[in-house]
Design a protein around this ligand. Structure first.
Ligand code: COA
Ligand code: ZN
Length: 305
């Protein structure tokens, strides 16, 4: 099996990361964090989420965040939208790349967006067709692709079915998510070829959470299966407020460290990502979980003997 030479990183810290933070984070700090991420070489930075402020109070300032971030040339700033109302808010703020999200699991979808799977697909059919007509780039998330926190049985075939529906709707790219971090490499080996038989590999990103320490192993398994797009969060920020116990995305620094040492290019500067993580670490009320981030911090803190 051959590994890709180049990998694209899709930075999730400002959305998937911050949406799960309990402490209220000031709009200016979110803007600063995204501006720091914009200087790292990352080409895709999910900026915020135009969901109901009642569902995710932390991101109620989406319009202001989106307006204030300094948009770097060549960087795209997709935003999450759950319905047409969110889409209209996102467009009014100036977004030209959006992400819709549904799940492979029925119960999880109900808890997360108060819709059945079919209702969510109907809602997104409208959102995706409107956004494609408006010339937007559209990503479709398939959450809980490796398991759900609410006891749903999720099979690779179910993930494929939802994925094909999102592609048929017009999504440019899919992100297949292990929302609660339960997946293991053998599941990746089973799922990716099933998807790849029907969907071009360059339209599939994988989104792993590191809840049980399996995220990097899953990234490696996905690489071996030809995937070259990965979602990650600087410092490992993240989780899902509707998935109890879920922790952050795999750390961007962890993925970058591994890929760099494997000779796979990303175009992203790990030291600059660390600087963004360090800034946000001073804002949130807990330590960051990325191991590579922690190692870099520890190396700097160690006395020179
Ligand atoms: N932006 C702002 N407000 C919105 C909104 C949006 N995108 N969508 C709905 N609302 C408002 C409605 O106007 C309504 O307000 P009101 O009570 O003042 O009249 C209220 O929210 C309820 O609207 P309704 O359409 O009945 O939605 P709901 O209560 O069934 O919630 C979602 C559905 C999808 C809007 C909500 O569950 C949601 O935003 N979920 C996001 C969850 C999430 O982000 N999870 C993490 C990502 S993995
Ligand atoms: Zn996630």
């Amino acid at each position: 099996m051959t590994l890709p030479k180049h990998v694209t990183i899709f930075e999730m810290g400002a959305r998937d990361g911050l949406q799960n933070e309990n402490a209220r984070i000031a709009t200016g700090d979110k803007v600063r964090y995204i501006d720091l991420l914009s200087r790292t070489g990352l080409k895709w930075i999910e900026a915020t989420s135009f969901v109901s402020p009642k569902a995710i109070p932390q991101l109620a300032d989406a319009t202001e965040v989106f307006a204030r971030i300094r948009k770097a040339p060549g960087v795209r700033y997709p935003v999450l939208v759950p319905n047409l109302k969110g889409y209209e808010r996102a467009r009014a703020a100036g977004a030209d790349a959006i992400a819709v999200f549904t799940a492979a699991a029925e119960r999880f979808t109900k808890r997360n967006i108060n819709m059945t799977l079919d209702e969510s697909l109907a809602t997104f059919t409208d959102v995706v067709s409107t956004s494609k007509r408006d010339g937007c780039w559209v990503r479709g998330y398939v959450s809980t692709a490796f398991g759900s926190p609410f006891g749903d049985v999720v099979t690779p075939q179910m993930v494929l079915d939802v994925s094909l529906k999102l592609i048929e709707m017009g999504c440019d790219e899919l992100s297949i998510g292990d929302t609660i971090g339960v997946g293991v490499p053998s599941q990746v080996d089973e799922l990716v070829p099933l998807l790849a038989a029907r969907i071009p590999l360059d339209r599939i990103a994988m989104h792993f959470h590191d809840t049980r320490g399996t995220a990097l192993a899953n990234v490696y398994a996905a690489l071996l299966n030809g995937i070259s797009k990965f979602d990650s969060s600087s410092g490992g920020l993240g989780g899902c407020p509707y998935a109890p116990g879920a922790t952050g995305n795999v750390g961007t620094e962890d993925v970058l460290y591994m890929l760099e040492r494997m000779g796979i290019e990303t175009g992203v500067d790990i030291a600059k990502v660390r600087a963004a993580s360090r800034f946000i670490a001073g804002v949130v009320d807990h330590a960051l979980t990325s191991k590579a981030y922690q190692a870099m911090e520890a190396a700097d803190a160690a006395p020179i003997s």
